[in-house]
Every structure is written in structure tokens, then in C-alpha cells.
Write a protein that binds this ligand. Structure first.
Ligand SMILES: [Zn+2]
Length: 278
């Protein structure tokens, strides 16, 4: 049996993640420059404009990343199937003849759109939080200075300053809060999303190409996983629910807590006949 080569997008993922890390760092630096003891609406507006500029640039970079890298992952999936089924002798050769069929074209468009919206949610959330934190900082600062005008002393309270400072910092650190209420730092969330979506594009493409070539089964790869995935390594699965035989349907295993969870690195190698048939 020929296995689908395990895809490796680490380099590309690291690159996009570091773009987020760098952008968040630049935003933090911008916010730290604000003089909280004497803030005007003009200061606040200038800082926010810079933050928006950084986020807009980041959105452009990540949009390019997504439209470039997800089709590559899907092509690798198609080529993996062509190679695993023995249609080409080498994976390189398989990659040269790999094309998206209709289902894969639609799938790639959908995963791209999905990933774009996940990533846009991160920057939108950072922008919303930064705006709220800057608005509060401006209000606190102006209020304190108004009080100073009345009693002639600087009354910007240390605790208030620290609180505002912390809010400004936190506004950059929470990229997303997921359905389970977990907070993700932007770069950690982006790492998970891009890793999971490239693997999803790869696997969807693998399956669609396999089914189009009448291969209805697959074998889950092994790399000595330590998590619950280990229970599934080497197992035969059905690629479509109505394929004959007592094998679990891959679609029911995916997205669960055990195998093919977020960040999972397992792949499926398509086969025409399950190992113990005939
Ligand atoms: Zn896994």
C-alpha cells in the first residue's frame, strides 16, 4: 500500500503567525506611546488610525496567504490520492497531473472563504477591543484633567492609570473568544486556524479525488501519536457512508475530540479495497 505523503506547511504557517505577532507588537507599542495623563481626542484618533492601518495591512497579508496556500494544500491532497492509488509513480509526477475536479473547486473556494472570515474575525475583534480601551483611556484622562482644573492638582490616580494601561494591553492580547469561552491570543488562534484549515483542504481534496476514482476506503496514517488519535492509527475507514463493510465512516470521526481534532496531523491514504476484503 502506498501512503499519501504527510503534508508539511510549518514554514508557511510560521510566516503568517509571525506576521500577526509582529502586528500585535506594533499595536501594543502604539498604545504604550499614549500619554495617559494628558490625552486628547486628537491623540486617541491618531493612535487608532495607526492601529487600523496596521490591521488593514495584516488583513491584506493574510488574505494573500490564504488564497495562495490553501489551493497548494488541496493540490497536495489530490496528488496524494493519485500517488496512493498508483496512477502516478511518484508524488512529484502526481503533483504535475493533479487538477481540481468540480467538487474540489467548490471545496477550495469554500475553505478559502471560511478561513478568510475566521482570520478577519481576529482583526475585527482586536480593533473593537482597542477602540473600547482607547475610548476609556481618553475619558479617564480627560476627566482627571478636568478635576485638576478645579482643584489645581494633578489627580490622575495611579490605580486608574494602571487599570487603563492593563485594559490597553489586554485589548491586543485577546484575539478571539471561542464557543467554549476560551480566550485565544491572536497569534495562537491564527496558528490553530491556518494549521487546521490547510489540513482540512488537504483531506477534503484527498477524499474527493479518491471517491471520483472509485476508491471508497482509506487508512489513517501513523506517526506514534500520543493523544487519542493513537487509537485510530492504521485503522481502515469508509470515505463515503454507504460503502459496504464494517468500517467507521471517516466523516463521523472528523471534527470530533478524538481523531482529526484541531491541529491534528493525521492523513488518510485512499485504497480501493479494504485490507481484509477478498
Ligand atoms: Zn491526529
Amino acid at each position: 500500500m502506498r501512503e499519501v505523503p504527510r503534508p508539511d506547511y510549518e514554514y508557511q504557517i510560521e510566516r503568517i503567525v509571525s506576521e500577526y505577532t509582529r502586528a500585535m507588537y506594533r499595536i501594543s507599542a502604539e498604545l504604550q506611546r499614549l500619554d495617559l495623563t494628558d490625552m486628547s481626542r486628537a491623540n486617541a484618533a491618531a493612535a487608532l488610525a495607526e492601529v487600523v492601518r496596521i490591521l488593514t495591512e495584516l488583513n491584506e497579508t493574510s488574505s494573500e496567504w490564504v488564497t495562495r496556500n490553501l489551493p497548494i494544500a488541496a493540490t497536495d491532497g489530490v496528488a496524494g490520492t493519485i500517488y496512493a492509488l498508483g496512477v502516478a509513480d511518484t508524488f512529484e509526477e502526481a503533483r504535475k497531473i493533479a487538477k481540481f475536479n468540480r467538487i474540489n473547486k467548490a471545496m477550495v473556494d469554500a475553505v478559502i472563504a471560511d478561513t478568510q472570515s475566521d482570520l478577519l474575525a481576529v482583526t475585527a475583534n482586536v480593533e473593537r477591543k482597542v477602540r473600547a480601551a482607547v475610548r476609556q483611556a481618553t475619558a479617564e484622562s480627560m476627566r482627571a484633567n478636568m478635576a485638576r482644573g478645579v482643584n489645581g492638582r494633578r489627580t490622575v490616580n495611579r490605580d486608574i492609570l494602571d487599570g487603563v494601561r492593563k485594559k490597553l494591553g489586554d485589548s491586543v492580547n485577546t484575539g478571539i473568544i471561542d464557543a467554549a469561552g476560551r480566550k485565544w491570543k491572536p497569534e495562537v488562534y491564527v496558528d490553530m486556524v491556518t494549521r487546521t484549515k490547510t489540513m482540512e483542504a488537504h483531506m477534503e481534496a484527498t477524499i474527493n479525488e479518491a471517491v471520483a476514482r472509485d476508491a471508497l476506503y482509506g487508512v489513517i496514517s501513523r506517526h506514534g501519536a500520543k493523544d487519542n488519535c493513537r487509537l485510530y492509527e492504521g485503522k481502515t475507514v469508509k470515505l463515503v457512508p454507504n460503502a459496504p463493510g464494517p468500517y467507521p465512516y471517516l466523516g463521523n470521526l472528523r471534527g470530533g475530540r478524538d481523531v482529526f481534532h484541531p491541529n491534528c496531523r493525521h492523513v488518510v491514504s485512499p485504497i480501493r479495497k479494504p485490507p481484509d476484503a477478498n
